[in-house]
Design a protein around this ligand. Structure first.
Ligand code: ADP
Length: 294
């Protein structure tokens, strides 16, 4: 099974070009769509989820035409949107049962079994009688996954699921996601690099509506080997370095500034070689895409 996106473009009525000729092939397993805010991730996710139309292009789930055959797609789709509105005075168990009815699962017994299994899987069984409105951020997101899994969908889309979660909740959520991505297409849209490096075997980086890079996280990191250099500098030295070198990232560490620079050789003897991580790949791609066109 694969999702094939070809030449997908979308311009909103106000003139914002959110997607510009997007081409992507997404195989089964967990796929990370990584990009900064405003990159076009949600626009792409909503289009795949049949919630909005594109101007041009096509999306195929195997031979199912996603943009035309929306009803058929909805039957095999699980979607956790960025903003998941939940009804405050309804228990998780009741709400899931209601969503299962909406999904067309008519048998009460079947629904009961499915709801109980999902509540166990998402570790919410003990709090199933509590109102979802009173859940913590992490519990709400796990509930969101439970509803996305109703009906055993082949295609699952999760849009920015870990934003706002604390580290323990994020970890728990990662474990849950890693269990569901075995034999279906799961697209995880995020601006958090470690979501992708922790979970995804395939990925794409997008910015300003364009795909900048696709591949396997290990391979794309490998491609930068021998070209990433690190130095500890004073903050005041940064502007000069940025003017002379391709600075990928800079962050504070113990009151000093750690810079990563992309170069074929060490810019000076103060630099040491580092083995590239996905942040290096991400920041170098994003910076590169934001350079003025020459
Ligand atoms: P991301 O999910 O990566 O943050 P979005 O797809 O939400 O990106 O947004 C991509 C661009 O499209 C942004 O410039 C955003 O402001 C714009 N945009 C998103 N939705 C709409 C809309 N309904 N109408 C007009 N512009 C929009």
């Amino acid at each position: 099974m694969a999702l094939t996106i070809t030449n997908l473009s979308k311009t909103y009525p106000n003139g914002t070009q959110a997607l510009r000729g997007v081409n992507l092939t997404i195989p089964t397993g967990m796929f990370g769509l990584l990009g900064p805010n405003g990159a076009g991730k949600s626009s792409l996710m909503r289009t795949i989820a049949t919630l909005q139309d594109a101007d041009t292009g096509s999306i195929l789930l195997d031979d199912l035409d996603v943009l035309r055959d929306k009803e058929a797609v909805r039957r095999v789709l699980g979607y956790l949107p960025q903003e998941f509105g939940v009804y405050p005075k309804v228990s998780a168990e009741e709400l899931l049962d209601h969503f299962a009815t909406l999904k067309g699962i008519a048998s009460g017994r079947e629904r009961k079994e499915m709801v109980a299994a999902l509540l166990h899987q998402t570790n919410l069984y003990d709090v199933r009688k509590k109102y979802v409105g009173g859940y913590s951020g992490g519990m709400k997101q796990r509930f969101g996954i439970a509803q996305a899994l109703l009906g055993n969908p082949r295609l699952i889309i999760v849009d920015e699921p870990t934003a706002g979660l604390d580290p323990a909740e994020r970890n728990r959520f990662h474990n849950l996601l890693s269990e569901i991505g075995e034999d279906r297409v799961v697209i995880l849209s995020t601006h958090i690099v470690s979501d992708v490096s922790d979970l995804c075997r395939h990925m794409a980086i997008i910015n300003k509506g364009e795909v900048l890079l696709t591949g396997d996280p290990l391979q794309v990191m490998q491609a930068l080997r021998g070209r990433v250099w690190r130095k500890l500098i004073e903050k005041a030295e940064l502007p000069a370095l940025q003017a002379s070198e391709q600075v990928i990232s800079s962050r504070l560490f113990a009151g000093k500034t750690v810079v990563h620079v992309l170069a074929d050789a060490a810019p000076d003897s103060g630099f040491e070689a580092v083995s590239p991580d996905l942040e290096d790949v991400y920041f170098s791609e994003i910076k590169n895409s934001e350079l003025p066109v020459r």
